[in-house]
Design a binder for this molecule. Structure first.
Ligand code: PLP
Length: 331
């Protein structure tokens, strides 16, 4: 595939492991649950943005850029990993974070500081504008900025998740596992776009089901067209003769709770249960919401005994420390 010729900066060791969650599956008395451990990508506490950043930084270096600029929420995993990856690649990093600077930084924010990122705080409504402004100032100052969109979700970053699906396909074949569904947290779309395109390439027969963290199917900013655009841009970048439509992206939007980065009982309960059955941690913003949703679908009989489900762990465990007070009360 053409991804072999795209510029890529190595950030972690692959493949990440696939684990059978025996005790957790047994407790739920439903399908056999497997987990793809992208929380274990070996850079800066791990997560799904690592795979995207390999291709984004590959492109930045090819274009002789010197400063990475990106944006996200105060507890953005994407921003933390961009800060870490920048240092490994010998680049500077500016982060535009929506929210007010807290008295004491914790979770991903303290990691951003440890990785030496320059942080610009702003209101959520002004985030895109601030990102452009910071990039313009860096350009004027001759710092050669390379702007990475929120979540690293564009046709460059998404190549990382096309490759990830090929990687998983080889692991499943080797182990003789045939999942009926792959389930994962989806938010800015690059992961789902890449996995879905990868599933077309490998001929994966099951469902590739995105559990929405904050996106909706309709409304002002519907998500399916975003997924389609990223996936088809990625297909073009890879010279693939594949075009996807909105129907190709199964999406569950039933577990949005009280909003983005507002975890509740769904998230806290599954953090506790998975930790106590498997010794594996989830992050309250993304992976606990997606796994909490999966558990509910299992309890409703959508996934049953005799079936196999693979949960793609996309990382986010450093978020735990930013919600420590609430979590402690629930344990
Ligand atoms: C960013 C992120 C996601 C969502 O991935 P997208 O490609 O943005 O849809 C899921 N889980 C974690 C932990 C993340 O940080």
């Amino acid at each position: 595939m053409k991804s072999d010729t795209l510029p890529r900066f190595p950030l972690a060791e692959f493949p990440t492991p696939v684990h059978h969650l025996e005790s957790f599956s047994k407790q739920l008395n439903g399908p056999a649950i497997y987990m793809k451990r992208d929380d274990l990508t070996s850079l800066g506490m791990g997560g799904n943005k690592t795979r995207k950043l390999e291709f984004l930084i590959g492109e930045a270096l090819e274009q002789k850029k010197e400063t990475l600029v990106t944006a996200g929420g105060l507890q953005s995993n994407h921003c933390r990993l961009t800060a870490a990856a920048a240092k490994k690649a010998g680049l500077n990093c500016h982060l535009v974070l929506s929210g007010t600077e807290p008295g004491a930084a914790n979770g991903n924010l303290i990691l951003d500081k440890i990785f030496g990122a320059r942080i610009h705080y702003c209101d959520r409504a002004e985030r895109d504008e601030t990102l452009c402004q910071v990039a313009d100032e860096l350009e004027t100052a001759d710092k050669h900025p390379y702007v990475i969109p929120v979540g690293g979700s564009n046709s460059t970053g998404s190549v990382g998740y096309v490759n990830a699906m090929l990687e998983l396909d080889a692991q499943l074949k080797e182990a003789g596992i045939r999942p009926d569904a792959i389930v994962f947290a989806t938010s800015s779309g690059g992961t789902q776009a890449g996995l879905t395109l990868g599933a077309k390439i490998t001929g994966f027969r099951g469902r590739v089901l995105g559990m929405s963290i904050d996106q909706t199917k309709t409304g002002n900013n519907p998500f399916p067209p975003v997924l389609t655009e990223i996936a088809n841009g990625t297909a073009r970048r890879l010279n693939l003769d594949i075009r996807l439509t909105e129907k190709d992206f199964p999406l569950n939007c039933d577990y949005l709770g009280a909003g983005y980065a507002v975890p509740g009982d769904l998230e806290f309960n599954v953090i506790r249960d998975l930790a106590r059955h498997e010794g594996i941690l989830l992050g309250p913003v993304y992976t606990a919401r997606a796994m909490g949703g999966l558990v509910d679908l299992i309890q409703k009989g959508v996934f049953k005994k005799g079936q196999t489900v693979l949960f793609w762990h996309t990382g986010g465990t450093p978020e735990l420390f930013a919600w420590a007070d609430q979590i402690e009360n629930k344990m």
